[in-house]
Ligand binder design. Structure first.
Ligand code: PBE
Length: 316
């Protein structure tokens, strides 16, 4: 079934998926007409052998990943091992490159497998699904923690309090991410969200005195989710009177910067699984200010139109 389906997806431009699937069920004869059989030949040649059609072949045994320091990359590589997906590779890129590869695949209804997570705007604008993970290599529910450098409470008690109070929902984060994905600058999108959600922001700043300057540096990685949270907190701290810098770096450097006191805070501590290693390495050199968001998730993500449901299906 999978084989045939993949072959059809390659051919199916213009046909609805249900039609294609129905044709597959009919015993595999080429029923779509001569145009298709022509494309069929070229696709088979491209695949270089007569078994054109496994999901692996369709995506060139490649999972489109993000930056190498991301925890999800380690989980994805562990997944290849645990599921014995020999010959598969997790390709390193970036969140931006991964989402643009995903979008062009969707435009052409082509197969693609990406390292994906929630909250993320891509789930808001596209029909996507997580592949089931019966071995649990991507863990379960994740929460997103705020970490600050030791001594911040004494040095900047107002900022510390806001960072401690910062807490929002996936839908809030997605609102900001979505606006950025549609072309707003992160600063603009954060400003708009803060203006429209003053009640929640007031909970974060309740009882906190305004300050007259003072520098706060937030270490971040250019993950869309982290760009959103960092810019929102930056805006709130600036409204209080701080000068805030949001510096983008690789994930291990982000943890190192807070642990060594070079940055004041990081907002992207994904636990218990995604950043377990960084957490274990640096937990004694940072202060944890509790989760800012509950119910995050990581995994392998594919467009809904793909006819696979589980990581096990990649073995075919
Ligand atoms: N992410 C988004 C990150 C954490 C935030 C899931 C891509 C990761 O380290 O994998």
């Amino acid at each position: 079934m999978l084989k045939t389906t993949w072959k059809r997806i390659g051919l199916a431009t213009g046909l609805s998926m249900s039609l294609v699937l129905a044709a597959c069920g009919g015993g595999g004869a080429d029923e779509e007409g001569t145009d298709d059989s022509q494309q069929d030949t070229s696709q088979t040649e491209e695949a270089g052998e007569d078994t054109a059609g496994s999901v692996g072949e369709a995506v060139d045994y490649t999972i489109t990943g993000i930056d190498p320091g991301a925890g999800i990359m380690e989980a994805a590589n562990q997944t290849l091992e645990d599921y014995e997906l020999e010959g598969w590779e997790v390709q390193t890129s970036s969140d931006a490159a991964m989402t643009s590869a995903l979008e062009s695949a969707i435009e052409n209804e082509e197969p693609i497998i990406v390292t994906g997570w929630n909250p993320h705007w891509k789930f808001v604008v596209h029909d996507l699904k997580y592949l089931d993970d019966p071995k649990g290599t991507f863990g379960g529910e994740e929460d997103i923690y705020t970490f600050v450098r030791l001594g911040l409470e004494e040095d900047a008690p107002e900022a510390y309090q806001v960072l401690k109070n910062f807490h929002w929902e996936s839908s809030d984060m997605e609102t900001v991410m979505l606006e950025i994905s549609e072309g707003a600058s992160p600063e603009e999108a954060a400003r708009n969200w803060v203006d429209e959600n003053q009640d929640l922001v007031n909970e974060w700043t309740e009882g906190v005195e305004e300050v007259d300057g003072g520098d706060i540096t937030i270490a971040m990685v250019a993950w869309d989710s982290t760009i959103a949270s960092t810019n929102v907190v930056k805006t709130v701290l600036e409204d209080l009177g701080y000068n805030v810098q949001a510096n983008s770096m690789e994930a291990p450097i982000m943890y190192g910067a807070v642990a060594e006191g070079e940055a004041d805070a990081l907002l992207a501590g994904w636990l218990p699984l995604t950043h377990e290693q960084y957490y274990n390495e640096y937990k004694d050199q940072m202060e944890q200010l509790g989760p800012s968001l509950e119910g995050a998730k990581i995994g392998l993500v594919v467009p809904e139109y793909m006819d696979i449901d589980s990581i096990e299906d990649l073995k075919e």
